[in-house]
Design a protein. Structure first.
Length: 74
């Protein structure tokens, strides 16, 4: 975890990882009732992974669209 947090720039950590972490945490807290800490932890990590992947794809697509719009208007 330490290596993970140190390898990501602070801006990216705050803009993508933190929102997806909190969303996954809330989803796991309210909806995952497996009666097993290990299963709920795995569910949380999988949810975090999926939300982060979706957020990264959406932000990447928005950045590409913004870049192409800017280049197209020149």
């Amino acid at each position: 975890m330490y290596t993970f947090l140190k390898s990501i720039p602070r801006g990216q950590l705050l803009s993508t990882q933190l929102p997806s972490f909190f969303a996954a945490f809330l989803i796991a807290e309210f909806f995952y009732k497996f009666k097993s800490f290990a299963l709920e932890c795995i569910g949380f990590l999988v949810t975090w992974y999926v939300l982060d992947a979706v957020l990264t794809k959406v932000l990447g697509a928005m950045a590409r669209t913004e870049t192409s719009d800017t280049q197209g208007s020149r």
